[in-house]
Design a protein around this ligand. Structure first.
Ligand code: GAR
Length: 213
């Protein structure tokens, strides 16, 4: 069975979307564990309700980012996962951690990357007068929000939008694209090699070159 560990910091609605798809038989995988760096968050309750192992690893008790990441890696490795899913995990991971799991580590970011890396993406999209906004699922590399994109979901920006209204619209599309990305990886042979996507061993970089003159 394809095994997933999910890292969260909060509400876990993306976690819930993936749980729902697995329970409905849409994704052939199991979530082995959920790990939160914050106690008492709704995402942990969602894991408990679904009967999934869950852990709190409080980053504030560690002397350094590297020490936290080392403990986090130990818990993750004890589950021998095929995929690690960052679902609203609001911590920057050290280069050592990211390199250890590169190719198995994905994140969802609430913007159409490469636009609006970092925080406050909805307000920044409004300030920039964007007509479209959305979310991106991408592989994680040491550079923040810069890894290869797997799938994006686009939503319109309305003239009377607030950051909150836009955030809610983006959240809905996240719940569609994140389970889809997990399915690509769990079932459909999507992998990352040297920063490029491969589908069942064949590159997606230039798959149609045989049709060119
Ligand atoms: C999501 O909107 C996700 O895109 C964002 O946190 C939210 C978590 O919601 N992630 C980031 O901003 C990462 N930089 P959830 O806990 O309900 O899934």
């Amino acid at each position: 069975m394809f095994k997933i560990v999910v890292l969260i910091s909060g509400g876990g609605s993306n976690l819930q979307a993936i749980i729902d798809h697995i329970q409905a038989g849409n994704i052939n995988a199991e979530i082995s564990a959920v790990i939160s760096n914050k106690a008492d968050v709704l995402g942990l309750e969602r894991a408990a309700t679904a009967g999934i192992d869950h852990h709190v690893l409080d980053h504030t008790i560690f002397a350094s980012r590297e020490a936290f990441d080392e403990s986090l890696a130990q818990i993750i490795e004890s589950y021998e996962p095929d995929l690690i899913v960052l679902a609203g995990f609001m911590r920057i991971l050290s280069d050592g951690f990211v390199n250890k799991f590169q190719g198995k580590l994905i994140n969802i970011h609430p913007a159409l990357l490469p636009k609006f890396k970092g925080l406050d993406t909805h307000q920044r999209a409004l300030d920039a007068d964007e007509k479209e906004h959305g979310a991106s699922v991408h592989f994680v590399i040491p550079e923040l929000d810069a890894g290869t994109v797997i799938i994006q979901g686009i939503v319109p920006v309305k003239s009377d939008d607030t950051a909150d209204a836009l955030q809610q619209r983006v959240h809905k599309i996240e719940h569609v694209i994140y389970p889809q990305a997990v399915k690509y990886l769990a079932e459909e042979g999507l992998t990352l090699k040297n920063g490029h996507l491969y589908h069942q061993g064949k590159t997606l970089l230039e798959p149609f070159k045989e049709y060119l003159d």
